[in-house]
Write a protein that binds this ligand. Structure first.
Ligand code: NAD
Length: 333
C-alpha cells in the first residue's frame, strides 16, 4: 500500500475536490473520484478514474478501497449550504456526520488509515478572538457548522481507537478558479458572494443582496477571509504527504489572515470586470458574524503551506474568466 499513488477523493466532482484532483495529478498522484453527483458535475472529473457512488454505501466503498488500495483519502463529499442546513438539519447530519462515519468504517475494514477532511471556519461560530486561532472553542451557529464539528470529534475517536492519521483543514471563504480555465465554481443554488456579484453585474439577477451594513466593521459590511481554491488544493496535497510521512494529526486553518469587507469585494470586482455591480441592502442574515478571519501561520509552520494565489486580484480575475466561460456562455447560446 505504501507504494500506491492512488488517492480516493470523495466529492471530487465538486468545486474544491476537482481543483484538488488537478493538483494531485500534477504531482504524480492518481486521483480516484468517488461522487454521487448530487451537487457535482461530470465535466469536472478530468483527472484520474471515476466511480459513481454514495459515501453512505459502506459495502461499495469497502470493496473499492480493498480493490484499489489507495494510500489515503481526501474527503470533500458533504452538503454545504448553511441556510439549507437550518431548514433541513436531518439532511446535514445524515450526509455529513453519518456519511463520514460510513467512510471511516469502510476505511477501517480495508486497512486505509490516512484521511484529510474538509473542515470549515463555521465550527467557530461567533469567535471571541479575531484573527481566529485553531485553538478557539467550537461554537457553531448552524446545523452545517455543527455537523462539521461532529465530524472532527469522530476523527479524534478513530485516531485514538484505531490509529487513524487525520487532518482537518478548516477553510475560510473558498473562492477563485483554475487559472487555466478548465474548472471553477458552479453551485446551484449559488450562495457565495463572488459568483453572485458577477451574476448581478451581468444582469442574471436583478441585484446582489448585501446582508447588513450595520456591523461593527470599518464600513459596516461583514469581513471575510478569501482563499483561492488552488491554494486549498495545494494544502490538501501537502497535508496528505505529511500524514503518509507519519504525522498523526493536523488541525489547520486555511485562510490568508486578512479580511475584506463585502463592500470592498464589490468595489474590487467592479474594477476587475469593468462593470457596475447593482446591489440592494437587506437586513442582517441570521447566523452571519461580523468578522471571520483566520490566524493562518500554523499551516505554514507544519506543512509548509503558503497561499500564493489568494490576492483579491487573482481570486477575482480567475473567477471572472471562469464565469464568462461557464455561465455567460450558457446565457448567450
Ligand atoms: N466552498 C466553500 O467555501 C467551503 C468552505 C468551507 C468548507 N467547505 C467544504 O468543502 C467541501 C467541498 O465543498 P465544495 O464547495 O467543493 O462543494 P460542492 O458541492 O461543489 O462539492 C461537494 C461534492 O460532494 C459530492 N457529494 C455530496 N454528498 C455525497 C455523498 N453522499 N456521496 C458521494 N458524493 C457526495 C457532490 O456531488 C459534490 O461533487 C465540503 O465538505 C464543504 O463543506 C467548502
Amino acid at each position: 500500500m505504501a507504494n500506491s499513488k492512488t488517492v480516493l477523493v470523495t466529492g471530487g466532482a465538486g468545486y474544491i475536490g476537482a481543483h484538488t484532483c488537478k493538483e494531485l495529478a500534477a504531482h504524480g498522484f492518481a486521483p480516484l473520484v468517488y461522487d454521487n453527483f448530487s451537487t457535482g458535475h461530470p465535466d469536472f472529473v478530468r483527472w484520474g478514474e471515476f466511480v459513481h457512488g454514495d459515501i453512505q454505501d459502506v459495502p461499495r466503498l469497502t470493496r473499492l478501497l480493498l480493490e484499489k488500495k489507495p494510500l489515503g483519502v481526501l474527503h470533500f463529499a458533504s452538503s454545504i449550504a448553511v441556510g439549507e442546513s437550518v431548514e433541513k438539519p436531518d439532511k446535514y447530519y445524515r450526509n455529513n456526520v453519518y456519511g463520514t462515519l460510513c467512510l471511516l468504517e469502510a476505511m477501517l475494514t480495508a486497512g486505509v488509515r490516512d484521511i484529510v477532511v474538509s473542515g470549515t471556519a463555521a465550527v467557530y461560530g461567533h469567535p471571541d478572538e479575531v484573527p481566529i486561532p485553531e485553538s478557539a472553542p467550537f461554537d457553531p451557529a448552524s446545523p452545517y457548522g455543527c455537523s462539521k464539528a461532529m465530524v472532527e470529534r469522530l476523527l479524534l475517536d478513530f485516531e485514538t481507537a484505531y490509529g487513524f492519521r487525520t487532518a482537518v483543514l478548516r477553510y475560510f471563504n473558498a473562492a477563485g478558479a483554475d487559472p487555466e480555465g478548465e474548472i471553477g465554481e458552479r453551485h446551484e443554488p449559488e450562495t457565495h458572494l463572488i459568483p453572485n456579484i458577477f451574476r448581478a453585474a451581468c444582469g442574471l439577477i436583478p441585484a446582489l443582496k448585501l446582508f447588513g451594513v450595520d456591523y461593527p466593521t470599518p464600513d459596516g459590511s461583514c469581513l471575510r477571509d478569501y482563499i483561492h481554491v488552488c491554494d486549498l488544493a495545494s494544502a490538501h496535497r501537502l497535508a496528505l504527504e505529511k500524514l503518509v510521512g507519519g504525522q498523526k494529526k493536523l488541525r489547520l486553518n486555511l485562510g490568508t489572515g486578512f479580511g475584506y469587507s463585502v463592500k470592498e469585494v464589490i468595489e474590487h470586482a467592479r474594477r476587475v470586470i469593468g462593470k457596475p455591480v447593482p446591489f440592494k441592502v437587506e437586513e442582517r442574515r441570521a447566523g452571519d458574524v461580523p468578522a471571520l478571519v483566520a490566524r493562518a501561520d500554523l499551516a505554514r509552520k507544519t506543512i509548509g503551506w503558503i497561499a500564493t494565489r489568494s490576492s483579491l486580484d487573482s481570486i477575482l480575475s480567475t473567477a471572472w474568466r471562469w464565469f464568462e466561460k461557464d455561465s455567460l456562455k450558457k446565457v448567450t447560446l
